[in-house]
Design a binder for this molecule. Structure first.
Ligand SMILES: [Zn+2]
Length: 70
């Protein structure tokens, strides 16, 4: 069994986000990611986050307008 230390990320799903890419005007995809910090085999904590990226130019939209709350 392999020891795993560090961070593990799992993509939960991708959906279309409202708005357009500020760089090329393409569509925006919201990727839900579950991030888990591991201390060897012991999961420390998990948190889910949402990332935005452009579906056309693949840029990470880090400063995409404060996440749409629904
Ligand atoms: Zn783009």
């Amino acid at each position: 069994m392999r020891m795993m230390c560090g961070k593990e990320e799992k993509v939960l799903g991708v959906q279309k986000a409202p708005g357009n890419c500020p760089y090329c005007g393409g569509g925006v995809a919201a990727t839900d990611v579950e991030a888990k910090w591991l201390l060897c085999f012991l999961p420390l904590c998990t948190n889910n986050k949402r990332r935005f990226s452009c579906t056309a130019c693949s840029r990470r939209l880090v400063s995409y307008p404060a996440i749409v709350h629904d």
